[in-house]
Design a protein around this ligand. Structure first.
Ligand SMILES: [Zn+2]
Length: 288
């Protein structure tokens, strides 16, 4: 959020409509420069300037500093040392090699529509085909993208941070991403369709060990709600006579309640699939 600003003589930029004594404003700015807290400054000025105004003043000072930094002439020479120091490689777990996801089709359509005057839908389609490899050409494999997105989601649930700069986490993400890619490639050759969640969970256990099995395998018990006509989460009512559908609030007497229990286990077939795919890779390496 930014506030409309006004140039006040002897003070600098101030929020529009400010009626404070310029001397007080200068004092406040000086204190802010010394990094005193806004409450302390408010007390020092005997309440002539309230806390919110002091905070706004601080914000405007920061913005001014930010503008000064941006306005400095930039060094257009390449600095390889700097580039190397700030280089952050994308782990193999990030989709599209770290270039982000595919540009949505609607965006490509809009770009074409707003930039060329074409008469027929056919002409537009041709232009869209011409354009899309330039802006989202690398994401040729939406299925792999889905696997990697699932990998990211599940790892986050387990407490990993895919955005982390931490080297050991980077290594784990890179290795998991590598395995997912290998297995996906092999499955594609064999025209096997893989379930993303099963693949990712098996990969995690295969690579990080059985300790993760307990956290990935879940048992889910849900109440079949007669109003929602779907399995729902539920609670037992205080009097202990009824279950309550969490979604719609329908009461169901204990005697009449039906449940749906879903056990999600690691699919052992996926574990052997991973094993096969990786064995092939290591055989190849051995032959070379
Ligand atoms: Zn319900």
């Amino acid at each position: 959020m930014s506030f409309p600003m006004l140039q006040v003589e002897g003070v600098g930029l101030m929020p529009v409509g400010d009626r404070h004594d310029p001397k007080d404003v200068q004092t406040a700015k000086w204190f802010l420069g010394l990094r005193l807290s806004s409450r302390t400054i408010e007390a020092h000025l005997n309440g002539r300037m309230d806390h919110a105004t002091i905070c706004r003043l601080r914000k405007s000072m920061r913005q001014n500093v930010a503008q000064q930094i941006v306005a400095q002439p930039q060094d257009l020479q390449r600095n390889v040392e700097n580039e190397l120091a700030s280089y952050s490689p994308a782990p193999l777990s990030s989709f599209n090699h770290g270039l982000g996801s595919k540009t949505p089709e609607s965006v490509i359509k809009r770009i074409v529509r707003e930039n060329c005057s074409l008469r027929s839908p056919f002409e537009s389609k041709v232009k869209e085909w011409e354009l899309s490899p330039w802006i989202s050409g690398k994401d040729q494999d939406p299925e792999l993208g889905k696997h990697l997105q699932t990998l990211k989601d599940i790892l986050m649930r387990l407490g990993f941070s895919p955005e982390s700069d931490n080297d050991s986490q980077f290594k784990v993400l890179n290795e998991l991403g590598w395995i997912v890619r290998k297995v996906h490639k092999k499955a594609k050759e064999q025209e096997l369709k893989l379930d993303s969640r099963k693949l990712v969970e098996a990969t995690i256990i295969y690579h990080l060990g059985e300790v993760y099995r307990q956290r990935l395998e879940t048992i889910e018990k849900k109440l079949v709600c007669s109003r929602c006509r779907k399995p729902r989460s539920y609670v037992l009512e205080k009097d202990g006579m009824n279950y309550l559908c969490v979604r719609c609030g329908k009461q169901i007497p204990i005697g009449k309640a039906r449940f749906k229990v879903r056990v999600r286990l690691i699919d052992e077939r996926y574990l052997s699939l991973i094993h096969e795919a990786l064995r092939e890779v290591s055989n190849k390496v051995a032959v070379q």
